[in-house]
Design a protein around this ligand. Structure first.
Ligand code: MTE
Ligand code: LUZ
Ligand code: MOS
Length: 753
């Protein structure tokens, strides 16, 4: 089934935040943000701005009736800076005006005097100065201290990954409309409607039941709206609450890039030990996460880095430590993969370095160390592994040895172009690592005409979760898809939602929908059984027809629904789902945090132009563990999009903050994202069909985040191509590997700076 939004998307009729018709009397907000990365506010002069035409009011921290606090995991982030600013882009004041233009014009008249304090942008420096968001955590398996003796090769190194701008096409924004008796409705472009509701209540000093958050869909989130949509939702709520008028704020692209956090840059030190048979015996790694100026989701992101630090390999002796380092950058946040990709890059770098030292292809080491079913992850969970199956199918389909030989032959035949390839196996745990967040609800109504309305806690952001919810109801009721509508995500209909994140939205909300539909179906079957005078167990609904003992009857879906209504049978149900069997004990760092893992193997090949340093990604060939995909079109799309986004992170997206903490890559003229020309020429996604009884929705495994990590292969493929031209090139494990850096690696003594 096609994405149910595709028709209105291509016609430009889909409704995003800025398309919601505005109510008469709507005002417009714009945030005044700190020009300085760290300092004490000495004075704030808003008088000239307040006198500007159209300006209604300028709000500061002093106007907040409740708590000036938006921190979710740790209460360490003010909505509006009161005394200290901690990053360039930190909101200090909020201008409210009759028009968008008037609000932004007034921003220019605000004057602030800030006494500067020392600025830290480097996570290692923050760690040295003990500027940590939370205490460090360490995952242990076996005993690395004694394992090194058994190793024949020990390699040490450093690996760094840069951040990544989410660049959702729809920028952040929200629109608050006052309701009667002091209540508020907030339309918010958020992945987490409940987070907006809870935080608005906290800041406004209201109860949560006074605040309705409504989200129709997002023009992309990618993690950037899991936590950081809250800021804007709460700002407009504050203004609407104080002024008793509707207030709207849609950020301009440069405001969004400047004021919001991104994927966390990481720096890491590694040490890896192998024996003669190329088995990895020991791995030690220390991660320095650049958290930015407040916790945001950093502690959870850091945790997932540790969970995925051995990727899809079994290593008997592991010691992995992570520091969440506080710097004067906008608080970094969730981004597809949520710290997992950062952890996986480092183990791949360690394997690549060992392979280079030994003169063997990295693939030889990778293949020998893949997880087997029953192997323990460093956090204690035992793997139900598909790593070997994915690798072997990829080899069978795409012939790794033949491709390696073709590349070697090509490279021997020309010096103006070089090719490289790399294999990237992935393993990603599905579930929120915070166990309690793994819960979801769905509300299903069957109307008297046989049509069905569904609300869940899932937010549609392009990934197609609404289509999957519709498919669930379609399959259970066995009715035409046109009878089913998926409604907006709304906190009045579905309470206490977890954000749409962790790739788990379809699983969690889909299972809740499944349960609610089943409940209604059961009631309908009883009605049908009584009508047809047979046992309920002999009733089946197929293609809108009621079957009794396998024989079609004259009772159809519409008649059955109406009959049930006439008999005063409940045609609505509320499903509540929590996956069983997950638990985690952070005091010993052991448990079973994930309902299951998603596996896959990609083979990436690239060609570099040895005169220019430019390159193309020729092909990404993948075997991916979809389980039994419930929607091949959507799932393939998720893979393709994830791969291109991952390649962007690894190769061209270069976030630059200067030492004063100012974002220099602050627009699309200075920040390059992949376009159709830089996407791989060929992407082949081959499904590994697994039908094991797992906790995935209709056995269709979560797909949102894992494919991004195939993109990591692009870095290693490029590295191999550079080395084919200049074998002594000293290429640091630092991303992105831009054409500029490739060019330096090809020449200039091969040292990339
Ligand atoms: N796909 C599109 N088109 N837009 C998005 O914003 N977000 C990704 C992924 N795929 C995203 C996307 C992220 S970060 C997550 S966690 C999942 O979708 C969330 O949706 P799911 O749980 O339904 O997979
Ligand atoms: N968000 C979160 C996530 O709060 N917990 C997680 O484990 C997670 N994983 C991936 C993406 N977002
Ligand atoms: Mo995705 S990073 O879990 O929003």
């Amino acid at each position: 089934m096609k994405n149910i939004d595709s028709y209105t998307h291509v016609r430009g009729e889909s409704i995003y935040l800025d398309d919601i018709p505005v109510v008469n009397g709507t005002l417009y907000a714009a945030a005044y943000d700190s020009p300085v990365a760290h300092g004490k506010i000495i004075s704030l002069d808003i008088s000239a701005a307040a006198a500007m035409p159209g300006v209604v009011r300028i709000l500061t921290a002093a106007d907040i009736p409740g708590e000036n606090q938006i921190g979710g995991i740790i209460p360490d982030e003010e909505l509006l800076a009161a005394t200290y600013v901690h990053f360039c882009g930190m909101p200090i004041a909020l201008v409210i005006a009759e028009t968008d233009e008037a609000a932004r014009a007034a921003l220019k008249k605000i004057k602030v005097v800030i006494d500067p304090l020392p600025v830290i942008t480097d996570p290692r420096e923050a760690k040295e100065k003990n500027e940590l968001i939370i205490p460090p955590r360490t995952f242990l398996l076996g005993d690395t201290s004694t394992a090194w003796e058994q190793c024949d090769l020990i390699i040490e190194g450093r690996a760094d990954t840069n951040g990544q701008e989410h660049l959702y096409i729809e920028t952040q924004g929200a629109y608050a409309v006052p309701q009667e008796n002091g209540a508020l409705r907030i339309y918010s472009s958020t992945q987490g409607p409940t987070a907006v509701q809870r935080t608005a209540a906290r800041v406004l000093g209201l109860s949560m039941h006074h605040i309705e958050v409504d989200t129709t869909r997002l023009g992309g989130g990618f993690g950037g709206k899991e936590d950081q949509a809250t800021t804007w939702g709460v700002m407009v709520a504050l203004a609407a609450h104080l002024l008793k008028r509707p207030v709207k704020y849609c950020l301009h692209r440069m405001e969004d890039m400047r004021m919001t956090g991104k994927r966390h840059p990481y720096s890491a030190d590694f040490k890896i030990g192998l024996n003669k048979e190329l088995k990895i015996l020991a791995y030690e790694v220390t991660f320095y996460q650049n958290a930015g100026a407040a916790a945001d989701l950093s502690p959870a992101v850091m945790e997932r880095t540790l969970f995925h630090c051995t990727n899809s390999y079994f290593i008997p002796h592991v010691k992995a430590t992570a520091y969440s380092c506080k710097t004067n950058l906008p608080p970094n946040t969730a981004f597809r993969g949520f710290g997992g990709p950062q952890g996986m890059f480092v183990i791949e770098a360690a394997i690549a370095k060992a392979a280079e030292q030994l003169g063997v292809p990295a693939a030889t080491i990778q293949a020998k160390n893949l997880l087997q079913t029953g192997d323990a992850f460093p956090y204690g969970q035992l793997a139900d592994s598909e790593a070997n199956e994915c690798w072997q199918q990829a080899d069978a389909l795409f012939n790794i040895t033949a491709q390696q030989k073709a590349i070697t032959d090509f490279n021997a035949s020309t010096s103006s172009y070089k090719k490289g390839m790399a294999i990237m196996p992935i393993c990603f745990g599905i579930s929120f690592t915070k166990t309690l967040m793994n819960q979801a609800r769905a509300l299903v109504h069957v109307y008297t005409d046989g049509s069905v309305g569904i609300s869940t806690g899932a937010v549609e952001m392009g990934q197609g979760v609404n289509t999957k919810m519709l498919q669930v109801a379609e399959q259970i009721f066995s009715i035409a898809p046109s009878r089913i509508k998926i409604n907006s995500t709304n906190t009045y209909r579905i309470a206490n939602t977890s954000p749409t994140a962790a790739s788990a939205a379809a699983d969690l909300n889909g299972k809740a929908t499944e349960m609610a539909c089943h409940e209604i179906l059961l009631r309908l079957k009883e009605v049908a059984a009584a009508e047809l005078q047979v046992a309920p167990a002999s009733i089946e609904l197929k293609n809108e027809t009621v079957y009794a003992n396998g024989i079609a009857t004259s009772l159809d879906w519409k008649k059955l629904v109406l009959t049930a209504y006439v008999q005063r049978v409940n045609l609505s149900a509320h499903g509540h789902y929590t996956p069983a069997g997950i638990h985690y004990d952070a005091s010993i760092e052991k448990g079973h945090p994930f309902t299951y893992h998603v596996y896959g193997t990609s083979i990436t090949s690239v060609t570099i132009d040895c005169l220019r340093g430019t390159y193309t990604v020729d092909a990404v060939n993948v075997v991916h563990d979809f389980g039994r995909s419930m929607n091949t079109l959507l799932d393939t799309g998720q893979c393709e999009g994830g791969i291109v986004q991952g390649i962007g992170w690894m190769t061209m997206e270069e976030i630059v903050y200067d030492t004063a903490g100012k974002l220099r890559s602050n627009a699309l003229s200075t920040y390059k994202v992949p376009d159709i020309y830089s996407a791989p020429k060929h992407i082949t996604i081959h499904p590994l069909n697994t039908t094991k009884d797992n906790l995935a929705l209709l056995r269709s495994k979560a797909v949102g985040e894992p494919p991004l990590m195939y993109g990591i292969g692009a870095y290693f493929a490029l590295r191999n191509a550079v080395k084919a031209f200049n074998p002594t090139a000293d290429i640091p494990f630092a991303t992105p590997l831009t054409p500029e850096k490739v060019l330096m690696g090809l020449y200039d003594g091969g040292v990339i700076k």
